[in-house]
Design a protein around this ligand. Sequence first.
Ligand SMILES: Nc1ncnc2c1ncn2[C@@H]1O[C@H](COP(=O)(O)OP(=O)(O)OP(=O)(O)O)[C@@H](O)[C@H]1O
Ligand SMILES: [Mg+2]
Length: 389
Amino acid sequence: MSISSQRFARLLKQALNTIKAREDKNLEIIQDELGHALGRKNGSAVRYWRKGHIPADPEDVYLLSQALAARGGLTQHQVEQFLRCTDYPNAAHQVAAQICEHEKDVVQERSVLLELQPFVVGPPITDPRQFYGRSRELERIFNNWQGVPLQNIALVGPRRSGKTSLLHYVRHITTTPTHRLRDGQRADWLKEPQQYRWAVVDFQDPRLVKPQFLLPHLLRELGFPVPTPCIIETFMEVMIDHLERPTIILMDELAAALAAPELDMAFWYSLRALVNSYANGRLAFLLTSHTPPFEIAADVGKPSPFFNMFNLVELGPFAMDEARELTNSSPLPFATEDVEWIIKHSGSWPVLVQLFCNERLLSLEKGQSDDSWQQAALHHAKPYAYLLE
Ligand SMILES: Nc1ncnc2c1ncn2[C@@H]1O[C@H](COP(=O)(O)OP(=O)(O)OP(=O)(O)O)[C@@H](O)[C@H]1O
Ligand SMILES: [Mg+2]
C-alpha cells in the first residue's frame, strides 16, 4: 500500500470512529448511511475505501469528505489532509474551507441555540426552526428541481413579504438534520439533497454587484476552483467543466444587481448561455424581486432574454393555518380571542403576525391584563400598512 493510501485509510478510520463515538452508533450503520449519502445502496464502497483503496472518482472523494465533515468526523484541517492524500485535482485548501463552511454554521448555530427569540421582527429568518408555513410555495419551488432540466424561479413579493427568509430556508432545509428542526417540520423536499450544490448571492452587498468579487464568490460557494484571472470567460470555463451535479444559484434582490452598471448585458447573456447551452439542464437560478424580473430588467434598460426563462412564484400572506401555527408557538400561550385578533389585523402577513405576537408576548410577560398591547401593535404596524391595502 502506498503512503498516500495508508494515510487515507488512517484518516477515514479515524473519522468513522469519531462519528461512532459522537453518535453512539454501530460502525456498520454509519458506513451504510455514508454510502446512502453518496448515492449508493449500502456502505460496501465505504468498507472498501477504508481498507486503503482511494476512490477513483474525485466526486466520491468530495462527497465522502463532505459527509464526514458534516457529521463531525473530520475537521477542516483533516479534510484538507484527506483531499491531499487522494490527489484531489482542485486546490485542497479552498475546497476544504468550502466543505467545512456548513460545519461552521452548525457550530455557530449551536452557540446561539439558547438565544433563539420566540418571535422575529425585522431581520430575515435564518434558523429553520423559526421559519413557519409557506408549504405551497415550497412545493412549487422544489417541484422545479426534481429532475432535469432544473427550472428557474422568480420569487416575487412586496417588501417584507418574506422573500429572503424563504430563500435561506430553501438553501438549508433539505440538509438540516431533524434534531435541528421543530417536530413535524418537513425536510424531504429533494430525493438526494446531498447531490445538490448551492450558491447564495445577496446583491445588497455592494461587493457582489462587481464581477471581480461576484464571480469568485459564486465559484467558492459552489466548491469550484477559482481561476486567475477570474473574469467572465474563465468563470464560464470552470462552470462548464464542473456542472455534473444539480447546481442552484440563489440570488436575492435582483433590482440591486440590475441597477449596477458593472453587471451589464454581456453578463446576463453569459448566464443564459450557461443555462441553455452548457449545463445539460443541471443549472438553475432562483431570484427574488418585488416585480417580475423581465419587467425590472426592461425598466432599467437591460431587457436580457435571461429574464424570460423564469417561473413566477408569488409571495403573499401566510395561509390561515400557517399564521395560526406561528401564533400558537408562543412560549406563553395566547387566549383564543388574542389569536383571532392577531390573525384578523395582520392579514396573515408574516412580518405583522411576528410583530403582533411579539407585542402580546411582551404584555403577558409584564402581567398586563388590558388591551394596550393592541394599540402598541397597531402603532408599530404603520410602516407595513401597504401590505394590507
Ligand atoms: N416563513 C416565515 N416564518 C416566520 N416569519 C417570517 C417568514 N417569512 C418572513 N417572516 C418575517 O417577516 C419579516 C420579513 O422577512 P424577509 O426579510 O424575509 O422579507 P423580504 O421580502 O426579504 O423583505 P425585503 O423586501 O425588505 O428584503 C422577517 O422579520 C420575518 O420575521
Ligand atoms: Mg429581503
